[in-house]
Every structure is written in structure tokens, then in C-alpha cells.
Design a protein around this ligand. Structure first.
Ligand SMILES: NC(=O)c1ccc[n+]([C@@H]2O[C@H](COP(=O)([O-])OP(=O)(O)OC[C@H]3O[C@@H](n4cnc5c(N)ncnc54)[C@H](OP(=O)(O)O)[C@@H]3O)[C@@H](O)[C@H]2O)c1
Length: 266
């Protein structure tokens, strides 16, 4: 493979560590990065899905693939992943992508449910960035993609904790990029809108129907990932894939600001 075919045009693509790699957007990051010559460390809870993907990608692209089974709501598992990150001397790409929704209100969800979501969406990403950045700084190269959501941009009221954790992840990404702006480390807060994946089929999203939202609001995970990787070099931290999401998110955000300025309750 010609090195120019990888999204950073690196001559020697190293390792990409991806959380939430057993399905959807994370599995698609794994596929596209393997096709570009990156070695992979795939993390999620479902071992069988990770192993199947690992076998498929190793056979197709002859890249190194390691599977790490971990539950990111558990700090012990996150500490084990930190140890793993510190062992890798060529970690080029960190993708904090694991996530899920809860189709219940704030009070219908018990407090452990909220703490778990904070850990999966935010705490784990902070822990892994903290562990990965020293090595990236030393090599003066690296890419971190934190999968957030358009919910972080339009401050969607659909889930209080979902929007809060994704907003925290986006602000964290923005502030972190500012701190390392003089390095060759790129940070992206990927903010997808509705994406076809397993997200809306999980037990915690029971009752959700894709048909509530227009067809044109939905994107394929493949396109979300391709556009995300293509835009990393622009160094714009917040990246919203797809014209539909970009236009509508702006509209929703402007409407929210207008309401705020009018002193109305959001
Ligand atoms: N799909 C959308 O419409 C949409 C829109 C905006 C943002 N996003 C974000 O995109 C990211 C990827 O979601 P997706 O759409 O690809 O959904 P998905 O197909 O359901 O994939 C979610 C991934 O996260 C992993 N995961 C969930 N809980 C975990 C935990 N406690 N520990 C470790 N891994 C965990 C899942 O693996 P296991 O179950 O095997 O652990 C799976 O690999 C999420 O952060 C989501 O919030 C999705």
C-alpha cells in the first residue's frame, strides 16, 4: 500500500486504538483504518464481535489486530486500558467512540445508570487522552477523535445526561486542542447526527423508532467515518458530518440562542 493512501499521509502508519469497535461507527473506523495500513487495538465488551472483526480485518489487510475486552463504565477496566496505551510506542490514532443512548427521562434512570454513562462517554476519554498525549507529544504526531454528537452542538433536550456528557466531551476536545496547538497532534470532536448502527437497537433505546425522523436525516456509518478522517487535517475541532446535519444543527442552535436571548425557558 502506498503511504499516501492513509488519511495523514504518514509513511509508516502505526497503531490506532478504537473504543466501541464492536459495532457501528467504531467498527467502521476499524475497517477504514485497517484498509489504510494501521494496526488496530479494538475495545468493547462483546468479545465475539471484536474477534470476528479482528479476524476479518487481519485476513483482508494483513495488519496487526489486538482485541481488548473492557467495560468503559468500570474504572478498573479503564486503568487496564491506560496501561495498554502506555505500552504502545507508536500509538498514532486514538478514537474514543464507545457510547449509547437511554430512551428514558433523567429521573426514570437510576443514578448508577447516569454515572455509567458519564464514565463511558467522558471519564474514559479523559483517561485515555491523558495517557496517550505524552507519547504523541514525544513523537510530535498523533490524531485523537472523540465521538460526540450533534446533541452537543444543538444542546438537544432528548436526553439530559446524553447531551451533557457529549457536550463535556466536545468542550474538553476544544480546550485540549488549544493547549497543544503548536504540536502535530490533531484533535477532532466528531459530532454525527442520526447514523445507521446498532445504537437505536440496544435494550436501553427500546421504544425508539427510526421513522420518527426523516430519511434524509440518517447517514451511513461508512460516510460518517470517511468524512471524519478526511477532515482531520483541517484542524477544526468540531466536525459535523453531512450537509443535512450541518444545516439543521445550525438552525436548531440559532433557534435555541434566540429563545435564550428572549429569556424563554429552553
Ligand atoms: N448512531 C447514531 O445515531 C449516533 C449519533 C450521534 C452520536 N453517536 C455516537 O457514536 C458513537 C458510536 O455509536 P454507534 O452509533 O456506532 O452505536 P453502536 O453501533 O451501538 O456502537 C456502540 C459501541 O459502543 C460500545 N459500548 C457501549 N457501551 C460500552 C461500554 N460500557 N464499554 C465498552 N464499550 C461500550 C459497543 O460495544 P459493546 O456493546 O460490545 O460493549 C459498541 O461497540 C457513540 O458514542 C454514540 O453516542 C451515534
Amino acid at each position: 500500500m502506498n503511504y499516501r493512501e492513509n488519511f495523514m499521509e504518514w509513511e509508516d502508519p502505526g497503531i490506532a486504538l478504537i473504543t466501541g469497535a464492536s459495532a457501528g461507527i467504531g467498527a467502521e473506523f476499524a475497517r477504514q483504518l485497517a484498509s489504510q495500513g494501521f494496526g488496530l487495538i479494538l475495545i468493547a465488551r462483546r468479545k465475539n464481535k471484536l474477534e470476528k472483526l479482528s479476524k476479518e480485518l487481519h485476513e483482508e489487510y494483513s495488519v496487526f489486530v489486538e482485541v481488548f475486552v473492557g467495560d468503559l463504565s468500570k474504572l478498573d477496566d479503564n486503568h487496564k486500558i491506560i496501561s495498554k496505551i502506555k505500552e504502545i510506542d507508536n500509538l498514532d490514532v486514538l478514537i474514543n467512540n464507545a457510547g449509547y443512548g437511554i430512551n428514558k427521562t433523567f429521573l426514570q434512570t437510576d443514578i448508577t445508570g447516569h454515572i455509567n454513562m458519564i464514565n463511558v462517554h467522558f471519564t474514559s476519554a479523559v483517561m485515555f487522552c491523558h495517557a496517550a498525549i505524552p507519547g504523541m507529544t514525544k513523537r510530535n504526531r498523533g490524531v485523537i477523535i472523540n465521538t460526540s454528537s450533534t446533541a452537543a452542538v444543538n444542546k438537544s433536550q432528548m436526553g439530559v445526561m446524553y447531551t451533557s456528557t457529549k457536550t463535556a466531551l466536545t468542550v474538553f476536545s476544544e480546550l485540549l486542542q488549544e493547549k497543544i496547538k503548536d504540536t502535530n497532534i490533531y484533535i477532532q470532536s466528531l459530532c454525527p447526527g442520526f447514523t445507521y448502527s446498532e445504537f437505536h437497537d440496544t435494550e436501553s433505546m427500546r421504544g425508539f423508532q427510526r421513522t420518527w425522523f426523516p430519511k434524509e436525516a440518517w447517514m451511513a456509518a461508512e460516510d460518517v467515518v470517511r468524512l471524519s478522517l478526511e477532515s482531520v487535517k483541517n484542524k477544526e475541532v468540531i466536525f459535523i458530518p453531512g450537509k443535512y446535519n450541518q444545516n439543521n444543527t445550525r438552525k436548531i442552535r440559532e433557534a435555541a440562542i434566540e429563545q435564550y436571548l428572549n429569556g424563554k425557558r429552553l
